[in-house]
Design a protein around this ligand. Structure first.
Ligand SMILES: *Cc1c(COP(=O)(O)O)cnc(C)c1O
Length: 429
């Protein structure tokens, strides 16, 4: 595999951009080697600057659920471009996309558009704090909610002790207001609430976690959180930036029937363009400016080109329930193939899957939280990543990520991936 042009670009990029990339997850630091520079994408494929072709399972970290450069999205964007790029005034499409989101996502009665998932989660906790008049938030170890200060907090060993900033630049003051608990541990949440009685504005979580590798909520966990929040007057926020419009057209909340007070969205909602959104109960959303006193704004929010892509995507998903049947089937076939490979090779690694999201953890321990995930052999994952890449399969370059399936992935592609998985596992053990 010749990657000379990517290497040259990366050399130059490192002199101009921190680490050579505009988002850290794109670097190959965890798996070795240099990142590939992508020139184009179509359907299930990525093409790099050196002309290599890959079947890929990143899909822009989720958004490309119907494959790259889908003609519907292309047409919506090229039509929209004829009419100007941004006005800073309301447009018809914002009303139409809001109506779609409200009709698709069970918890959402009113919605505000922003430009990224990070903006959505930052706004959602501000709204929860403004609404409840309380300061502290509870998040879970290993859940990622974008790069807002409040979310960059590592778990302290004692969950009740004050949070420790996970990044220089996050103040102790901010860290003190973020409490953390292990995922799937209802008792730890109860203890945090008891120790901070009357001071907690919200609990925020990924209802199915994609950002420590795929982790599934245990039976009763989400329900338990819902009950605790009701009892204590705490706002429950599902961060469905990854799972929204993916695990069903109404997100994971539609699958489980557990309805949060606020929901954050992103990724798929923009069809590949930068869009995020937060929404929920009218009573809470009506406290947002200019309807209410909680301030949140954006010069390019509801941008005409971005909403054109998003509206085309959501309309398609809303009208094609067979998309989700296919994604389930594709996810099941792919993971069954990997399981069968492991059996043949005498391996017993943990494979977590929900629908079109999955992670193969290089550990034999069941993975139900971040501590479990950290038992994975990341060096072995790096070898596996390189072995797959060599065979033309491009995976997320980290053990702690979920893989995403799109409808562009045919049964033939799945066979190719399963075969590559067998060869790669065999090569590295
Ligand atoms: C990606 C992601 C975010 C952040 O979204 P950006 O658009 O990258 O700012 C927030 N929450 C979850 C669950 C995510 O997966």
């Amino acid at each position: 595999m010749n990657t000379q042009i990517s290497e040259q670009l990366f050399q130059k990029a490192q002199t101009l951009i921190p680490g050579g990339v505009n988002s850290p997850v794109r670097a190959f630091k965890a798996v070795g080697g240099n990142p590939l520079f992508i020139k184009s994408a179509k359907g299930a494929y990525l093409f790099d600057e050196d002309g290599n072709k890959y079947i890929e399972l990143i899909n822009s970290w989720g958004p490309m659920i119907i494959g790259h450069a889908h003609e519907l999205i292309e047409k919506a964007v090229s039509d929209a471009i004829q009419n100007g790029f941004s006005y800073g005034a309301p447009t018809r499409r914002e009303v139409e996309i809001a109506e779609l989101i409200v009709s698709m996502v069970p918890s959402v009665e009113k919605v505000r558009l922003v430009n990224s998932g990070t903006e959505a989660t930052m706004a959602a906790i501000r709204v929860a704090r403004g609404y409840t008049g309380k300061d502290k938030i509870i998040k879970f170890e290993g859940c990622y909610h974008g790069h807002g200060d409040s979310f960059l907090i590592a778990a302290g060993s004692g969950a009740i002790t004050l949070g420790v900033p996970d990044s220089p630049g996050v103040t102790k003051g901010v860290a003190n207001d973020t409490l953390t608990a292990p995922f799937n541990d209802l008792e730890a949440v109860q203890t945090l609430i008891e120790a901070n009685k009357g001071n907690i504005a919200c609990i925020i979580l990924e209802p199915v976690v994609g950002n420590m590798g795929l982790v599934i909520p245990k039976d009763g966990f989400l329900q338990g959180l819902r009950q605790l929040c009701d009892k204590e007057g705490i706002v429950l926020i599902f961060d469905e930036v990854m799972t929204g419009f993916r695990l069903s057209k109404g997100g994971y909340q539609e699958r489980t029937g557990i309805i949060p007070d606020l929901t954050t969205m992103g990724k798929i909602i923009g069809g590949g363009m930068p869009v995020g959104a937060y929404g929920g109960k009218k009573e809470i959303m009506d406290r947002v400016a200019p309807a209410g006193p909680i301030y949140q704004a954006g010069t390019l929010s509801g941008n005409p080109i971005a909403t054109a892509a998003g509206k085309a995507m959501l309309t398609y998903l809303n009208e094609h329930p067979e998309v989700y049947t296919r994604l389930e089937e594709a996810g099941n076939t792919l993971t069954a193939g990997i399981r069968s490979n492991m059996q043949k090779l005498g391996l017993n690694y943990t494979l977590n899957q929900v629908g079109s999201m999955f992670t193969l953890f290089f550990t034999e321990k069941p993975v139900n939280n971040f501590d479990d995930a950290k038992t994975s052999d990341t060096q072995r994952f790096g070898q596996y990543f390189q072995a797959m890449l060599k065979r033309g399969i491009y995976l997320a370059p980290s053990q702690y990520e979920a893989m995403f399936i799109s409808t562009a992935l045919t049964d033939e592609h799945i066979n190719t991936i399963v075969e590559a998985n067998y060869e790669s596992l065999k090569e590295i053990i």
